[in-house]
Design a protein around this ligand. Structure first.
Ligand code: CU
Length: 148
C-alpha cells in the first residue's frame, strides 16, 4: 500500500504513471485519432515479489491489430472474431520482480471518435490474477485512449 501511494505521488510529480499495467500510444499518450494507424504499447510491471507469468489483453471493439513487435522470451496467442479481428491476446513468459515488459503492436483505430477501453489481466506465478479492468477503478483501472 505504502509503495503504491509513494508511486502515485511520484507519478503525479513527474506526470507519468509508471506503475500499473497500462496501454498507451508508442510515445506514451492517452490520446489518438479516429481511423488512424497507431502503434500501441502495453506496459506490464511486476508489482509483487513473485514473477508475472501471463498477460491477457482484451482488445476494444473496432480496433484492428495488424502486427506485433517481436518480444523474445514471450509466446503469444490471439483470439479472432468472425471478421478476422483480434479480440484477445495472451502472452506467456516471465516478468521477474523489479522488472517490466513492454508489448508493442500496430493497430488501426475505429473510424468514429470515442474512448477505447483496454482491459488487462495479469497472472502471477502463484495463480493470482490482478484485474486492470475497472472492476475496482481505484486499484485496478482499465486503460483509456481518447480518439478525437
Ligand atoms: Cu501499479
Amino acid at each position: 500500500m505504502f509503495r503504491s501511494l509513494l508511486t502515485l505521488s511520484v507519478a503525479a510529480l513527474i506526470g507519468v504513471a509508471s506503475a500499473h499495467a497500462t496501454v498507451r500510444t508508442e510515445s506514451g499518450l492517452t490520446e489518438s485519432a479516429a481511423g488512424k494507424s497507431e502503434v500501441y504499447r502495453l506496459n506490464v510491471p511486476t508489482e509483487k515479489d513473485i514473477a508475472t507469468t501471463e498477460i491477457r489483453l482484451v482488445v476494444p471493439s473496432g480496433v484492428a491489430i495488424s502486427r506485433f513487435q517481436v518480444l523474445p522470451g514471450f509466446t503469444r496467442t490471439v483470439t479472432k472474431n468472425a471478421d478476422g479481428l483480434v479480440t484477445e491476446v495472451v502472452w506467456t513468459g516471465s516478468i521477474a520482480p523489479m522488472e517490466y515488459a513492454r508489448f508493442f503492436f500496430q493497430a488501426t483505430n475505429p473510424a468514429a471518435p470515442g474512448t477505447l477501453v483496454w482491459k488487462v489481466y495479469q497472472t502471477y506465478s502463484d495463480g493470482s490474477v490482478v484485474r486492470w479492468d475497472d472492476t475496482d477503478p481505484a486499484t485496478g483501472p482499465a486503460s483509456k485512449i481518447t480518439l478525437k
